[in-house]
Write a protein that binds this ligand. Structure first.
Ligand code: ADP
Ligand code: MG
Length: 227
């Protein structure tokens, strides 16, 4: 297929990867990965540990470069984009390992994310007024992930499952167009899993979600497509 024909065939898909491969010292972690994510869908990637799912996220968000293959966003080849460029285009990921700021409380973590979206990172430390502007939005996100009652808790004191919930809130605070979630429900109690499933249904409007998840019941409940 010509480049133009290939690009136009991608237009109905918001994100697609074509024959994506990456090798680490000769070891093929992702081997000819090909899938397409429709705009507005929740698309789950499933597979055993070591299958290359997280590496796929690293390729899409440009943390690593593919050995071969291509990545398209809205039909445009973004294979050579930088991590910053892809983030500016609204592709935001969460990590399999919880990534939150220890030493800050739950509420402050969400505020940092909200303000980094608006290029005001860290200014809140100096301005009570700026902090107030984000209060309602931060609380709504915390309520969505069931953490409102923990808003003043130091992140270091949270259980693993609650840290993951906080990470989902901080990822959503960036208002991504395409949200990549890497095992968002790992280590969560079943009540928390249900809460995250509800939250995904709530936040999916106007965005696309690509998710790696091992909890197959949750996958069945939220996904439109499974690869
Ligand atoms: P999954 O998320 O599906 O469990 P990963 O994408 O984390 O799997 O890993 C796929 C394979 O690639 C694993 O065997 C892993 O050890 C290997 N791998 C991932 N990242 C690197 C790296 N930076 N260097 C070397 N090997 C890696
Ligand atoms: Mg993984």
């Amino acid at each position: 297929m010509s480049d133009a024909a290939s690009a136009s065939s991608e237009l109905c898909n918001q994100l697609s990867v074509e024959n994506l491969s990456v090798e680490f010292s000769g070891y093929r972690a992702v081997d000819n990965g090909t899938f397409a994510v429709r705009a507005g869908s929740i698309h789950c990637l499933i597979g055993p540990n070591g299958a290359g799912k997280s590496t796929c996220f690293n390729l899409i968000t440009k943390f690593i470069r593919p050995t071969s293959g291509r990545i398209f966003l809205d039909g445009i080849d973004v294979t050579k984009d930088s991590p910053v460029s892809i983030a500016r285009k609204g592709v935001v990921r969460s990590f399999q390992i919880s990534a939150t700021f220890g030493g800050l409380n739950v509420f402050e973590n969400v505020c940092v994310a909200l303000q980094s979206r608006n290029s005001e990172a860290y200014r809140w430390r100096r301005s009570d007024r700026a902090l107030k502007r984000y209060r309602d939005e931060a609380d709504a996100l915390l309520e969505g992930v069931g953490l409102l009652d923990q808003r003043t808790a130091d992140v270091a004191t949270l259980s693993y499952g609650r840290k993951r919930a906080l990470e989902i809130a901080t990822t959503l605070a960036l208002d991504p167009k395409i949200l990549l979630l890497d095992e968002p429900m790992a280590g969560m109690a079943s009540a928390d899993v249900g809460r995250v499933v509800d939250l995904l249904h709530k936040v999916r409007k106007g965005r696309t979600i690509l998710m790696v998840e091992h909890n197959l019941r949750a996958v069945e409940e939220v996904s439109d497509t499974v690869t």
